[in-house]
Design a protein. Structure first.
Length: 402
């Protein structure tokens, strides 16, 4: 399937406009990383505590942020799950200890901050674990059990917590809701000593500062190793200049993507690093397709200059580029729009990366290849007039690998 036939667009003739555009985006991203938002690292890299909170209704993020500030939890990062009916928030704190006490501390800090309508002398059933619930039932013994009391109450407590977490998604509206999984005397006892808040803490995770530093180092090394591996492959497959041009284009893609995250003040997590490594491979593949067509045309179009050959090669692969990149872009755009908060950073990196990766294959890698050969042609004849386009094309064909 072809969208375009016999196109004759002068891509290299517009190179200065697009190089200037790249320079503007690159400088803006670097300025943001140095002076504005810096590199907005997520909990994975800087360390901290992530608390997943489920609400009975759509939460008011501004009101929750104010409650956290009043409770002394300053600079907390709040991310809302935008899926309809989700009613979930990810609250990220700077508690970086890695002990069990730190896990409990993070959970208790959130509960105390959000529990604005607590009933004196009662416990919150939405934020009570099965062990605490079983201890309460064993102590009050509403069923008047004998020696089987511990096993029976443990089973009832697990059934109540499973109903809350698995059936109701982590939060129930009233104590009476558990009547379907607990005996009536147990429900009556719970109604006397428990209440239900409008939220439940579903999960607490901690990343220590040492682990975060190690992950930062590994993320940088993974990106650099991938670029070096691509350079070595293209050096072997084509020529060194091909590899250098492709790696510079990929570095350009990575820089603009990270700069965009800094400008948007969107956190970079491990999933974002995975997306960046994905777009490095995607951009490289698109560049290789163009380079492979250039190499074929060098052997076929012997009377054309290198600039003409590169332009024709880009035009010949344009239909493939638009189809492949366009369909991939639509897929990741759907992921960005409907994938929810958890995949927001990952899909955003892919959306930016596919646009920039396709653009750099045409307007960064290809012009570098031509500029290098023109520079090499002029350097080989010192003191002589600048090499003409035809002589530059002939010299390049003589040095190109078959």
């Amino acid at each position: 399937m072809e969208l375009f036939r016999s196109t004759n667009i002068d891509f290299l003739g517009k190179k200065w406009f697009f190089l200037a555009l790249s320079l503007i985006f690159s400088v803006a991203g670097i300025a943001s990383m140095l002076f504005w938002h810096h590199v907005p690292l997520g909990i994975d890299f800087r360390g901290g505590t992530v608390v997943d909170v489920k609400f009975t209704a759509a939460p008011n993020v501004d009101a929750i942020r104010a409650e956290l500030d009043r409770a002394g939890l300053k600079n907390a990062t709040i991310q809302a799950d935008t899926r309809p009916g989700s009613n979930e928030l990810l609250i990220k704190l700077d508690i970086r200890e890695t002990s069990e006490q730190a896990l409990d501390q993070g959970k208790e800090d959130i509960i105390k901050a959000l529990q604005t309508a607590a009933e004196p002398g009662k416990s919150d059933l939405n934020n009570t674990g099965s062990t605490s619930l079983a201890d309460y039932l064993l102590k009050t013994d509403p069923l008047h059990l004998g020696t089987d009391a511990p096993a029976q109450y443990n089973q009832i407590a697990r059934a109540i917590v499973d109903f809350r977490d698995k059936t109701r998604g982590g939060v129930i509206n009233s104590v009476g809701d558990v009547a379907s999984v607990a005996p009536a005397p147990v429900v009556a006892a719970l109604q006397q000593d428990f209440f239900t808040s409008n939220f439940g803490v579903r999960n607490v995770e901690i990343v220590g500062p040492q682990v975060g530093a190690q992950l930062r180092k590994q993320a940088v090394l993974a990106t650099l190793y991938s670029l070096l591996g691509m350079l070595a492959y293209l050096w072997f497959r084509f020529e060194l200049i091909y590899g250098v041009a492709a790696v510079v284009a990929c570095f350009h893609d990575t820089l603009i993507t990270v700069g965009a995250f800094s400008l948007l003040n969107t956190e970079i997590s491990l999933t974002v690093i995975a997306a960046i490594l994905t777009l490095v491979g995607y951009s490289m593949n698109d560049t290789i397709v163009v380079f492979d067509r250039i190499r074929e045309n060098i052997k076929l179009l012997r009377k054309d200059t290198l600039t003409e050959i590169v332009n024709k090669s880009i035009n010949q692969t344009l239909s493939r580029t638009v189809l492949t990149s366009g369909l991939t872009f639509l897929t990741v755009l759907a992921l960005f729009l409907f994938g929810g908060e958890v995949l927001h950073g990952f899909s955003l990196a892919l959306v930016i990366g596919i646009i920039i990766g396709t653009y750099s294959s045409i307007f960064i890698a290809a012009p570098m290849l031509v500029a290098y050969q023109q520079w090499r042609g002029q350097k080989s004849t010192p003191g002589a007039p600048a090499a003409s386009s035809n002589s530059e094309g002939r010299r390049y064909k003589a040095s190109a690998k078959a």
